[in-house]
Design a protein around this ligand. Sequence first.
Ligand SMILES: NC(=O)c1ccc[n+]([C@@H]2O[C@H](COP(=O)([O-])OP(=O)(O)OC[C@H]3O[C@@H](n4cnc5c(N)ncnc54)[C@H](OP(=O)(O)O)[C@@H]3O)[C@@H](O)[C@H]2O)c1
Length: 317
Amino acid sequence: MEFYKLQSGGRMPALGYGTFLATGLELEKSLNIALETGYRFFDTAIGYNNEQIIGKVLNEWISAGKVTREELFILTKLPSFGNRPEEVDTYIKQSLQDLRLDYIDMYLIHLPIGLFKNGKSLYSDMELDKSTDHLKIWKKMEDQVVNGRAKSIGLSNFNIKQVQRILDNCKIRPESLQNENHLYFQSPEVVQFCKLNNIILIAYSSLGMKSFRELIGISWNNKQLPEMLENDVLVKVANKHGKTPAQALLRFINQKGMSVIPKSTNPDRIVENFQIFDFKLDTEDMDALCSLDNGESGRIVRFTMIKNIEDHPEYPF
Ligand SMILES: NC(=O)c1ccc[n+]([C@@H]2O[C@H](COP(=O)([O-])OP(=O)(O)OC[C@H]3O[C@@H](n4cnc5c(N)ncnc54)[C@H](OP(=O)(O)O)[C@@H]3O)[C@@H](O)[C@H]2O)c1
């Protein structure tokens, strides 16, 4: 496993296990396989409704002495319906309780926009809170490091301008930014910005989130693009190294200095996605894959399930 050093003293594994759309018994079984395979970094969020299951499995592993708390790296996020300074304490405490942990390794603001929950469970039913104040929320995020509930803090789905505003006004710097990043949406300017500012970029949906796209009927804007894992150029690069397209995709992102968090609940693919450090893509491979960037038209995630999200003053895209 490769690691990235954190300014706060710890280290973040370069490969983690994503848990979006994974829940119930299927997730419980998958987490056991992931832990047996060697995954120690787990990515979740209140919005994924699975923290209690993750907490149960982690607790079983720690209690059985099969893993120590220090070996684990647990990332979770402040939900957009908690994007108000006075709600940060409440939501991190809820995550700690559900995950059965004393501290979170990396706590992120999930989205730059705020919502009012008003007793609703579906994002599509929640109202926009247009008063979202990043600097006031960030101050409360910093408090979590001071009071020991979080070891480090960061952002997700923020654009460069929004991250820069935090950098210009913070006491504790954001240590990571979790954004969409994959073959068709490579955001080289964000990669460069993070590198310059010593922020670890955690790439999400780096395998193209096929099941989610099928579930809600969204895709990249360029309809001509082939299914990502079947792209001819990618398949050729993968074959050259005796690897699968998914392994080549993950290694591609990793070699650009990012952390990857593929999600799978398939036992074989959980193992497959972990085996990305035993080969290296050469310059020719990297150039060929870089040339497949589609810029904005390759973006998948726009959070359009949130009603009128584009009207929020902090909508990032
Ligand atoms: N911060 C945010 O706003 C945000 C947004 C999206 C995602 N995330 C995080 O990033 C993680 C990863 O992103 P994602 O879940 O959207 O999508 P992803 O990891 O790009 O893709 C997951 C899909 O790929 C399939 N898959 C996994 N491994 C495969 C392999 N080796 N070969 C072929 N297909 C494979 C999975 O199916 P099977 O399960 O059947 O294998 C699933 O359908 C999430 O789980 C979540 O933790 C964060």
